[in-house]
Design a binder for this molecule. Structure first.
Ligand SMILES: NC(=O)C1=CN([C@@H]2O[C@H](COP(=O)(O)OP(=O)(O)OC[C@H]3O[C@@H](n4cnc5c(N)ncnc54)[C@H](O)[C@@H]3O)[C@@H](O)[C@H]2O)C=CC1
Ligand SMILES: Cc1cc2nc3c(=O)[nH]c(=O)nc-3n(C[C@H](O)[C@H](O)[C@H](O)COP(=O)(O)O)c2cc1C
Length: 165
């Protein structure tokens, strides 16, 4: 493939499709109501204080809800949960999204997904605007993991189960 020098949005998206990533359903609940969306833009920042980041498009219908609540739970999807990724990936009404799985609570009240490989229950400690997105820095106040769940990766615009040997 020839190098691209003047990078357009479509070039960037095609290139990012080559970067395999975990897929999470990020949820919230509180005074702003209940909401959730699918995110691949999730990354560890530092372990002290335990902080990860989530990038959220300001034009997403869920944006004002996350802004109002200030808490969220990053639920990393397991093999076989790609249906949930599509359900939370846009357009579907919120009650329908949550009806697709079973949920519990940890500390903040944000919904914690049953069967996720791991869930990070967080308070949003800082946020910054970059282009179309807000980068939410999220401090983990509780974590719940599953030893049994196998991973799920989004690569080349498709889902791939990540099975341990
Ligand atoms: N960071 C984000 O906001 C992401 C948004 N999406 C959305 O999900 C839908 C389906 O996506 P794909 O099937 O992966 O095809 P696509 O061609 O829209 O995206 C390919 C890749 O580009 C990146 N990307 C897409 N939209 C982006 C955005 N607005 N800001 C920053 N990075 C972006 C992601 O890494 C994505 O996997 C699209 O509507 C897309 O906008 C998907 C992945 C990440
Ligand atoms: C695989 C996948 C990954 C996504 N990653 C992100 C992301 O990291 N950040 C984001 O703002 N939106 C991301 N989206 C899009 C949101 O999930 C979607 O915009 C959100 O559900 C809100 O849609 P709505 O405005 O119809 O409610 C992703 C979608 C898919 C299918």
């Amino acid at each position: 493939m020839a190098p691209i020098m003047n990078v357009q949005r479509s070039d960037y998206r095609d290139a990012m499709a080559r970067l395999g990533a975990a897929v999470s359903v990020v949820t919230t609940d509180g005074p702003g109501g209940q909401a959730g969306f699918t995110a691949s833009a999730v990354c560890s920042v530092t372990d002290d204080p335990p902080t990860l980041l989530v990038c959220l498009n300001r034009s997403a219908s869920v944006y004002p809800v996350f802004e109002a609540n200030g808490v969220l739970c990053v639920n990393v999807l397991a093999a076989g949960q790609q249906t949930l990724s599509n359900l939370f990936g846009g357009k579907t009404p919120m009650p329908e999204r949550f009806a697709g799985a079973r949920w519990s609570l940890l500390v903040t009240g944000a919904p914690v997904l049953e069967g996720a490989t791991v869930s990070f229950d967080c308070r949003v400690s800082r946020r910054t605007e970059v282009g179309s997105h807000d980068v939410l820095f999220c401090e983990a106040v509780a974590i719940r993991g599953s030893d049994k769940a196998q991973g799920l990766v989004y690569f080349d615009r498709r889902y791939h189960d990540l099975l341990a040997a």
